[in-house]
Design a protein around this ligand. Structure first.
Ligand code: N01
Length: 509
């Protein structure tokens, strides 16, 4: 059974403290264990494994990356029900992987990091959590790029009298049948949930969708796997790996269009226009949903249901800017007031200012949020930060993708982190941190490669960009290049210090 969190007066000494039990933290736990690094604890603020796939339970939540690739390379699943798996199935997959790997006894749930400080004399991170204190040689943070909901700052929203919730905190206790619902936002989450909502509210209810910027949306090539396919995946050696490799190659083939030749994305725009034309005949609505920037500048979405939902009788797409929210209505800049019972905010997450950074204080007494606040997020190889010894950030700066599966990136980073942990043990190192020069050179190279990308040149404002206008979110290249960069732990790029206190040998298996 997983451990329950319990406040403890004395810090618990661990070699590795993994933060977060989503895809990243779980992979770290499994790979640390495989490497014989058995002295670790995973703390998770939620009540179970799965991260975003446990928390996001809004109707219609599914993955928009094919699950053959949106799964661990070391835990293929022959039982995916369809090409793009639903949330519940992905969450159950993470749970099963954790159980099969027998790591759950190292997980402490319902426990959040309050404060983490580097203690140079002990060469440990002193970490306070809602469940007690830890003193850890390393912190491996898998805290998630899309975990902290961003609520819109709209005049009067706090005074709304009806039910209000974020897409990532769906309130299943609210009966939506026959209700008048407003949805603010038209990103990946809204595109999945609005078509379901349209059915749930039914012909007695109504949905107003408030769109600030339209997205390019291609058809979803969806189909269920047959029993025969599943049996073949299970029994024919290499078949599922080949299917996975085919998906990988197909998605990877798209990367150059995003990173070097954005004009190629006009092909996607044509596909999207056809997707619109198939479902919407009203020219005014067609104009409203057609973006005026290059496809790919914002994440390209996939859906067969979004445009038909917008064209339905019980849905209105509102593009006038929201002026304010009153006790029972949303009021737009043109003065129109639309009464509602429920307000759903599908307005995304804090991505370029991750909240966990406020809780981590490095070698020079400054928080990661302070350091990143000055010039934007930066990390050597997207993983380690100058001034923050022995801290590893999974899904760190410039590691996210616009074209493929994040699980590939996560596994690349986890391999690097485990290599670093082994090198520290082998070489008797107590502290490692990337040199300022190595980190600056890496960041400069990434930003140089960002210049021709569609995210820079595509003519849109996206959450990929920070307040300085820099894209500190996405990896501007092929995923195999990223993996190659992280294929071995490069100690020469690091300032290292010898261990000042012995490490318990029994920590090694
Ligand atoms: O959030 P978003 P999301 N007033 O930030 C609008 C992943 N994901 O939760 O475009 C009015 O994309 C905002 O408008 P604009 C995926 O990586 C994956 O939908 O900024 N509107 C936008 O329309 C995705 O990219 C899956 O002009 C406001 C929306 O809210 C990421 O999560 C599924 C506003 C926010 O869109 C985030 O997606 C779902 C305001 N004040 C999500 N503020 C998979 O299938 C914001 N908006 C894997």
């Amino acid at each position: 059974m997983p451990k329950k969190s319990r406040p403890s007066p004395e810090p618990i000494l661990v070699d590795h403290l993994v933060v977060g039990a989503g895809f990243a933290g779980l992979a770290a736990a499994i790979k640390l264990q495989e490497a014989g690094e058995r002295d670790f604890v995973v703390i998770e603020k939620d009540s179970d494994v799965g991260g975003t796939w446990h928390i996001n339970t809004y109707p219609g939540a599914e993955c928009d990356v094919p699950s053959q690739l949106y799964s661990y390379s070391f835990a293929l699943n022959p039982d995916w029900s369809k090409v793009y798996s639903p949330q519940q199935e992905i969450w159950e997959y993470t749970r099963k992987v954790a159980e099969d790997a027998q790591v759950l006894d190292r997980f402490v749930f319902d426990t959040a990091v309050l404060d983490a400080r580097w203690d140079a004399s002990a060469q440990r991170w002193q970490v306070s959590t809602t469940g007690g204190q830890y003193a850890a040689r390393t912190i491996i943070s898998g805290s998630g790029g899309l975990s902290e909901p961003r609520l819109p700052e709209i005049d009067g929203i706090d005074g709304f009298q009806g039910e209000i919730f974020h897409s990532a905190r769906w309130n299943h206790d609210v009966d939506l049948a026959g209700k008048r619902v407003a949805v603010i936002g038209t990103g990946a989450s809204a595109v999945q949930l609005v078509p379901e909502l349209q059915k749930i509210v039914g012909h007695l209810g109504h949905v107003d969708v408030y769109q600030r910027t339209p997205n390019w949306i291609i058809p979803r090539n969806e189909r269920r796997f047959t029993a025969l396919e599943k049996a073949a995946f299970r029994r024919v050696p290499g078949l599922q790996r080949a299917a996975r490799a085919a998906v990988y190659a197909q998605l990877e083939g798209r990367a150059p269009a995003f990173t070097r030749f954005p004009q190629l994305l006009q092909v996607v725009e044509r596909q999207c226009r056809k997707n619109i034309a198939k479902a919407i005949s009203d020219p005014e609505l067609v104009a409203k949903v057609t973006p005026d920037y290059r496809a790919g500048c914002k994440r390209i979405l996939i859906s067969n249901a979004w445009y038909p939902a917008l064209a339905a009788d019980n849905v209105d797409l509102v593009t006038d800017p929201i002026a304010k929210v009153t006790g029972n209505a949303v009021v737009t800049a043109d003065g129109q007031e639309r009464e509602i019972d429920v307000l759903v905010v599908a307005t995304g997450f804090y991505v370029t200012e991750p909240p966990i950074a406020q809780h981590i204080t490095g070698r020079e007494g400054r928080t990661l949020a302070d350091v990143w606040g000055e010039a934007g997020m930066a990390a050597y190889k997207g993983t380690t930060m100058h001034g923050f010894p022995n801290l590893f950030q999974l899904v760190g700066p410039n590691t996210a993708l616009g074209h493929s599966s994040m699980i590939f990136i996560i596994e690349s980073q986890v391999r690097y982190v485990v290599e670093a942990a082994r090198a520290m043990r082998r070489e008797g190192l107590g502290a490692i941190e990337p040199t300022a020069e190595a980190q600056a050179a890496w960041t400069a190279e990434v930003q140089e490669r960002m210049k021709p990308t569609v995210w820079t040149t595509g003519g849109c404002a996206s959450w990929y960009l920070d307040k300085f206008g820099n894209n500190t979110t996405l990896w501007p290249g092929q995923t195999f290049t990223f993996r190659r960069h992280l294929s071995k732990f490069d100690a020469e790029a690091y300032d290292v210090a010898a261990l000042s206190t012995p490490v318990a040998e029994e920590a090694l298996a």
